[in-house]
Structures are given as C-alpha cells and as structure tokens.
Ligand binder design. Sequence first.
Ligand code: AHM
Ligand code: MG
Length: 339
Amino acid sequence: MSFLRVSRLVTIERHIAEEQEFHPSATGEYSRLLRDLTLALRIIARDVRRAGLNDVLGITDSMNVHGETVKKLDEFANEVIFRAMDHGGHLCVMASEESEGIIKIPDEYAKGKYVLLFDPLDGSSNIDVNTTIGTIFSIYRRLDPQSTEDGDERDVLQPGYKQVAAGYACYGSATTLVYTSGHGVDVFTYDQTIGDFLLTHEKVRMPKQGKIYSVNEGNYALWSDGMKRYVDHLKKQEQGKPYSLRYIGTAVADIHRTLHYGGIFMYPADSKYPNGKLRLLYELNPLAMIIEQAGGRATDGMNRILDIIPTDIHQRAQAFMGSELDVLEAELFVNGHDS
Ligand code: AHM
Ligand code: MG
C-alpha cells in the first residue's frame, strides 16, 4: 500500500507559510522558529544515518577526525537543537528530556514569545542496533505575551491542550516529519538529494479501530489485573481477534505505525513505574496532539492526556493512545468495568 496522498509538490516551509496565511496578524516569527527547528532535524537525521561510522571515523575512542570529542548521539541531538534554537529570537525558554532543569536562552540573544519542549532522541536503547529512533517536539506560547524577558518554569508547565504545534521526526527506512498545528496532521518525507521535507500525506485520518496492540508485554507480571485482562482479551480467538503484537520500543515509531494502521499503543503503570514510564511534556503531550488531530484518542486510562496539568517538568504519565474504539475498550478494562 502506498502512503502517498498528495497531488501538490509542497515543502514543509511552504506548508507552514500557507498555514500562516490563515492568521493575518502573524508576524513570521513562528515560521522562522519552524525553519530553525527543521534545520536541526535535518542535521540530526544526517548524523543518525552515520551512526556507527562516527566512531569508526574518529582517531581514538573519544576524538573524531577534527579532534573534537565524539558525543553520544542523544547528547549530540540535544546540543544541535539548542544551538539551532537559542539565537533566533523566537523562544523565551526551552526544556528537554535530556536536560535536568529548564534551558535558558543565553543573555546575549533576544527572547521571543514561544516555548519549545523536546525529546532530542527518543528510543535511545535502539540507537546502537540500527532500529528506528525519533525526535519529538512541542511548541507553546509564553504566558505573558508582552514580556521580552526570560521565560520560566511556569511557561514550561502548561497543559498539552495549549500546544500551538507538535510533531516528531522518525528516522526509519525513510526520515519522516509528522506535524500538526491544530489543523489536522500532515506527513513530510525527507529527500536528502534536495535537502528538504516534501509533503507526502495530507490530513492523515487514523482508523476507528485497528488490529494491532503495542506494549512491552515483558512487564505483564508487573501490571494491574485490569491491564492483564485487557491484553488477554486481545489474544482471544473470537471475532476480529487475536490482535497482532508489534513493539519497537521507540514511542515515535510505535505511534507512527499506530497513526497509519490503527490499533493501540500503551505504556501503563506497573510496579516499577507507578505512573507509567513516558514523560508527559516531551513525549505524551505532542504524541497525544498528533493522535487526536488524526481522529484518535489519547488518555492516561482515565483522563485526556492533553488536560493533565503538569507540576514537574519531568513528570511521567500512563499512555493509552490510538484508534478511538481500541482506547475506549482498554479504558473499560483498566478501570475494572469490563465485566
Ligand atoms: P527514551 O526517551 O530515553 O528513549 O525512553 C523512552 C522510550 C520510548 O521511546 C519507548 O516507548 C519506551 O521508552 C520503551 O520502554 P521499554 O524499554 O521499557 O519498553
Ligand atoms: Mg523518549
């Protein structure tokens, strides 16, 4: 099945410019922010493609041919995003899964009206084995639109429903960029020969129900009884079942498949992670916005993920995301309403 669902030749930059035309008061600041961010994604994509070679090309374990320290890819991605975004004048503060506190914009640069949250390299356990990894991002407006000062933790701790835009880059068999600004979900594919992301799937809609579940089932013994019953139910031999199991262990990749094929992706609470493992600000909110914008459902088993009020920049939450009917059914089981 081909996923090409567009008739127009459009780059990501053109697409964002077209969306800005819906907002006559737009100053272009947002378009410039996105342009800087996609530069960072192109640089990370290039280095992901060279993963494994960077060390080989280095003179020693820790030095590359330029005499610079070879960084782990996730630290490198974190730094690339910071360096692409710190000086544009459109951000007032950033926060990253890889950085302990909020990330200040350096004193010498102007502070803008947006906030950027990101997971620079999602699926880090897959880096060394050439399996799909990704970058996730989330953009908010700062709380005080008139301020030209640094943003602070309050700007970062906003609920997901306030996101202006969200997306992810998925470094798989191709590099794709999945993006929403609240007007549906569009998918762009990177063409390295022209160095640009081209629109390849416009306004993705996910199936109402799928036939795939995606969860780390190795944790079965650590789950609640309701969660165990739900997964047992998906494996029954009855109409429409058993479901197939697919689990990559990179949230971006598991969500990307779920977006196209439908079904459910889960990271529930277990006795090791009582609130689930995934991070609300850098992973769940942006992925939940994408899933909802494509017609799916994203909850923590009880509440809409986008409505959770964050209290800590690295807080975790449970994830049940995917086709609407599948997520509704999972909620019945995990809340004990299945019998
Ligand atoms: P990371 O951001 O440090 O890579 O960790 C998050 C990843 C997710 O991408 C993925 O869904 C999950 O951790 C996999 O966890 P597990 O190995 O416990 O199944
Ligand atoms: Mg991650």
